[in-house]
Design a protein around this ligand. Structure first.
Ligand SMILES: [Zn+2]
Ligand SMILES: [Zn+2]
Length: 394
């Protein structure tokens, strides 16, 4: 069956869903209107569902008429607190905006739902649709997992996608896929350097936390440059530093905050420990002390090699060999699909779509002028459907 053609036939529905959702963007873990909209479409399709995360997540099942495995398909549905400036007729007017394309993800998954429901009798096994809130910093996926969405039936593999382009050079409608470490973690840490306040002219009477902080900032970069393989990506950034009240006073303490990004889960654990050891060690050696806290945010997103290989075969049936871009370097950004992929082997891939302003400048996601190329949406639905059939029926 040609699933691309099959999806093309419902393209207008997918675009309509996307535009409807685009006009009701909601933030975080509370998506009452968005969730209700998705539920309404599923009802129209005759698909049963349950809700999670206080009604804002929607989980639906298709198939199950013949025994088999269960595949999960995930779409995030939340928007961003950005005032939209696209001037499109379907622009949002509520102060929030779908500036990351999650409206498109939801619409593509609804498209896949419709196509799969029509072919439900042919499915060996079950498809679990996971419509998720709170991707943009709220760990919606983690909440859903804690509430048991990956059980009953247990999800054997999971797929998710993101629309957009890493750069303006990639034509629309391509599939970008990585066979392993795909995106980095999104962690945060805090260091409080403790010294002893004194007059700026008599540093010997105090312990200067400013000077200690300076040493720590430099030394932390040695984790990146000296303590890991050169080919393994890592970022440690101190983004905020505050301390002191006047030019001639040595303060009691200095506060620093930073972010750390790693694609490798083991390196992440190692660095989380080392940042604290280095900061504390330097502070103590310079007669001060330090408090350290590390927050493990979204984990590194790691695709399963095996599932990705299978997915690439499926994708080739939909878009053709030349339209699949297989990459090896991770993206230095976070994505909470990583929580699902920690539990279940699967693949997170990208469907390219680039938009430009009137001067021809590329508009990145999270920008008030961001938009998606609606011509590619049916491809996303088709990729899901093809992968489902290949995974369940092979
Ligand atoms: Zn985003
Ligand atoms: Zn996103």
């Amino acid at each position: 069956m040609d699933f691309k053609e099959y999806a093309k036939a419902i393209e207008q529905d997918i675009i309509r869903w996307r535009r409807d959702l685009h006009q009701i963007p909601e933030i975080g873990l509370e998506l009452p209107k968005t969730s209700a909209y998705v539920q309404e479409q599923l009802k129209d399709m005759g698909i049963e569902f349950e809700t999670y995360v206080n009604g804002s997540a929607v989980v639906a099942l298709i198939g199950g008429k013949h025994p088999g495995k269960t595949i999960g398909l995930r779409a995030d549905m939340d928007a961003l607190p950005i005032e939209e400036e696209t001037n499109m007729p379907y622009s949002s007017t509520n102060g929030n905006m779908h500036a990351c394309g999650h409206d498109a993800h939801t619409a593509m998954l609804l498209g896949a739902a419709k196509l799969l429901k029509d072919k439900e009798d042919l499915l060996k096994g079950t498809v679990k649709l996971l419509f998720q809130p709170g991707e943009e910093g709220f760990a919606g996926a983690k909440h859903m997992i804690e509430e048991g969405v990956l059980e009953n039936p247990k999800v054997d593999t999971i797929l998710g996608l993101h629309i957009g382009s890493p750069s303006q050079d990639v034509p629309d409608g391509k599939v970008i896929v990585n066979h392993g470490k795909t995106m980095t973690c999104l962690d945060q840490f805090w260091i409080k350097v403790k010294g002893k306040g004194a007059h700026g002219a008599y540093p010997d009477q105090g312990v200067d936390p400013m000077v200690i902080a300076g040493q720590i900032i430099g030394a932390l970069q040695c984790i990146v440059s000296r303590e890991k393989s050169g080919v393994e990506p890592a970022i440690i950034t101190i983004g905020k530093i505050s301390g002191g009240t006047a030019f001639n006073i040595i303060p009691d303490f200095v506060d620093m905050e930073g972010t750390a990004r790693f694609a490798d889960p083991e390196l992440r654990e190692y660095a989380a420990k080392r940042i604290g050891e280095i900061a504390t060690g330097i502070a103590k050696s310079m007669r001060g002390d330090c408090e350290y806290k590390y927050h493990f945010g979204y984990p590194p997103l790691v695709n399963s090699k095996e599932v990705t290989e299978k997915f690439v075969k499926s994708a080739k049936k939909v878009v053709g060999e030349d339209d699949i871009i297989e990459v090896t370097n991770p993206i230095m950004g976070g994505e909470d699909m990583a929580y699902f992929l920690e539990e279940v082997p699967g693949t997170f891939f990208f469907l390219t779509s680039s938009v430009y302003d009137s001067q021809g400048n590329f508009i990145p996601s999270h920008n008030s002028k961001f938009d998606v190329v609606e011509d590619v949406l049916h491809i996303g639905s088709a990729l899901f459907v093809q992968a489902v059939f290949d995974f369940l029926n092979e």
